[in-house]
Design a protein around this ligand. Structure first.
Ligand SMILES: Cc1cc2nc3c(=O)[nH]c(=O)nc-3n(C[C@H](O)[C@H](O)[C@H](O)COP(=O)(O)OP(=O)(O)OC[C@H]3O[C@@H](n4cnc5c(N)ncnc54)[C@H](O)[C@@H]3O)c2cc1C
Length: 547
């Protein structure tokens, strides 16, 4: 009996067993610019591992077999434990062995933050959920380093390169992960409304034990070994190190109420918790909880930028791969003039996002330099606003390159698309980032001037013109707050134009600057015109994914 109804053709094979690093010319050639080329060999090995079919399969499995909450054991005792598919631990193990949770702190050297950003950018192309606890651990370390006694206990376990998934007191673990808990039901952006209370168990103040009572409405990665949590004392909002287990070996009363049923970021468990006299140690000074935890938030915001740039890069690579192999109307999609315009425009956007995130990471490598501090303090929230938002439209456009196959769950595009919004929301949503940019510029006017001077020194006449336009928007007016998005958008586009003109290949940089400064270029990808010759479009596309 012959059941076959048709031959299968023109379906594109999965993109797998490719090197995520060596196929990315922008990333590879940027390392030397930031004195991070010593990391090249590690990234080459990691790029091969991350692009392997085995790791890509693990990423898909971790997002199909979702975390499960078990509040009680068989006998009815509270355990508040989340069980994961083994693939989740495999992914955390890969992040950990490369030191992406700690390396610039454990092995500081020139280019360390750029090296780590490059590794993180590659990992984010494979799976996003597992980045969350790694980021929070990374960002908690500078805060914990300020607490000598506590840090002495934690240091080796924080820096360890071995993932230890066991649910045990910290003293018994080889390595630990740290999360953060700020957001409550009545307000996330406005943490001043927090109601969770902390009462001293004995002596009061920094380094002392407290009992916390209250809740957190969003509390990601509750299986972390501890969280940095905001709670109020009589003096004000303070920061506490709240472990899963108390020092006496009993389980701390951090009660996981339920897991969030999320749009994306499925592999990562995000929970709601209640604290019932939960044990915590005060970190930082009493009443200074917000400045203490903001140091952590500034780093998590940079990781949102890196993560979104990574999502864009992976969506681009998948779109180019598909277009190179799928035929429509007698030609490969990648050979159709209009599709080439779409792909090249996407590639320009992705390159600008990659260059900006690397530049921001490099700013962390030079904390004593006033210009680099301005990149960090003013441009990190600006980039968090812009790049995380661009990722939404960008992943949707790349999905469309796949046509109907992009919309179904049997390929990678649906997950990339669902993954995109979260970076824009958590760690400070869009408006909050723009207001933070205004605040940062007001607090550091000299830093802003240094940025403007740098951008004005561009060899590109067009970039210098963009800076002149930007300065008109920076003049103080009564509408400043209302215009915060407009100002932030211009700041980022100016920074990206400067970086593209300075570091990209000349005609590619020019294509970015011209198209982003040109009001006639449309608001959707694929609207390059005039300056973009067919040969240039080809070169942008072929150079952006070398495979
Ligand atoms: C998947 C996920 C995981 C999370 N994990 C954690 C976690 O582990 N720990 C944690 O502490 N939090 C976590 N969060 C919470 C997240 O950080 C908050 O949702 C976010 O900061 C926004 O706070 P909110 O939800 O209370 O919204 P709101 O503060 O109510 O803000 C709503 C909207 O209003 C805007 N807005 C706020 N103030 C202003 C203003 N003055 N002017 C103009 N617009 C304004 C915001 O930009 C936002 O768009 C998580 C969130 C998600 C989605």
């Amino acid at each position: 009996m012959q059941w076959q109804t048709h031959d299968i053709s023109n379906q594109v094979a999965d993109l797998q067993d490719y090197n995520i690093f060596t196929s990315d010319a922008v990333l590879m050639t940027s390392l030397a610019q930031y004195q991070a080329d010593w990391y090249q060999n590690t990234l080459t090995e990691s790029g091969l591992e991350l692009g392997s079919s085995a790791v890509l399969e693990a990423a898909a499995l971790a997002n199909t077999h979702l975390p499960e909450l078990h509040t009680h054991d068989r006998q009815g005792k509270r355990i508040d434990r989340v069980n994961f598919h083994p693939s989740w631990h495999q992914l955390l193990g890969i992040l950990r062995k490369q030191g992406l949770h700690a390396s610039p702190w454990s092995q500081p050297r020139m280019g360390a933050h750029v090296a780590r950003a490059a590794g993180y950018f590659m990992q984010s192309q494979v799976e996003s959920g597992s980045l969350c606890p790694s980021t929070m651990t990374f960002a908690s370390i500078p805060v914990l380093q300020n607490e000598a006694a506590l840090f002495a206990e934690l240091k080796d376990k924080l820096y360890s390169l071995e993932h230890d998934p066991r649910d045990l007191p910290i003293a018994q673990k080889k390595s630990i992960l740290i999360g953060m808990g700020m957001t409550e039901k009545q307000g996330g952006s406005d943490v001043r409304t927090n109601t969770t209370m902390a009462v001293a168990l004995g002596a009061e103040g920094r380094g002392q034990g407290y009992a916390l009572t209250g809740h957190k409405w969003f509390f990601s990665a509750p299986m972390c070994d501890a969280h940095l949590v905001l709670a109020k004392t009589e003096i004000g909002l303070s920061c506490f190190f709240v472990p899963r287990w108390r020092p006496d070996g009993s389980k701390n009363s951090v009660l996981v109420q339920r897991l969030k049923d999320k749009l994306g970021n499925k592999s990562n468990s995000s929970s709601e918790v209640e604290f019932q006299d939960a044990y915590g140690v005060m970190v930082g000074n009493e009443g200074r909880g917000i400045p203490t935890i903001i140091e952590m938030a500034n780093l998590t915001r940079l990781d949102c930028v890196i993560g979104s740039a990574g999502l864009m890069r992976q969506a681009l690579v998948q779109a180019i791969h598909h277009a190179r192999h799928r035929t429509a109307f007698g030609k490969k999609l990648a050979d159709q003039p209009l599709m080439r315009n779409v792909l090249a425009d996407l590639a320009l956007e992705s390159e600008a996002a990659t260059r900006l995130m690397l530049h921001l990471a490099a700013a962390l490598d030079a904390p004593d330099d006033a210009l680099q501090r301005a990149w960090k303090r003013i441009m990190t929230p600006a980039a968090k606003f812009w790049i995380c938002k661009r990722a939404l439209e960008f992943t949707g456009e790349c999905m469309e390159v796949w046509g109907g196959n992009g919309y179904v769950e049997t390929g990678p595009m649906a997950r990339l698309y669902r993954e995109a919004p979260v970076n824009s929301i958590w760690e400070g949503s869009g408006n909050v980032m723009c207001l933070d940019v205004l605040r940062a510029m007001e607090r550091d006017p000299e830093g802003l001037q240094l940025l403007l001077q740098l951008w004005s020194s561009s060899a590109s006449e067009q970039v210098r013109q963009i800076v002149v336009e930007l300065q008109k928007d920076l003049a103080p007016t009564e509408f400043r707050e209302m215009n915060a998005r407009r100002i932030t958008q211009k700041l980022v586009l100016t920074a990206q134009a400067f970086l593209m003109a300075e570091y990209a290949e000349e005609d590619i940089g020019l294509a970015f600057v011209q198209s982003r400064a040109d009001a006639e270029c449309g608001r959707v990808y694929g609207s390059l015109h005039g300056q973009a010759t067919s040969a240039l479009l080809d070169r942008i596309i072929s150079r952006s994914f070398i495979y």
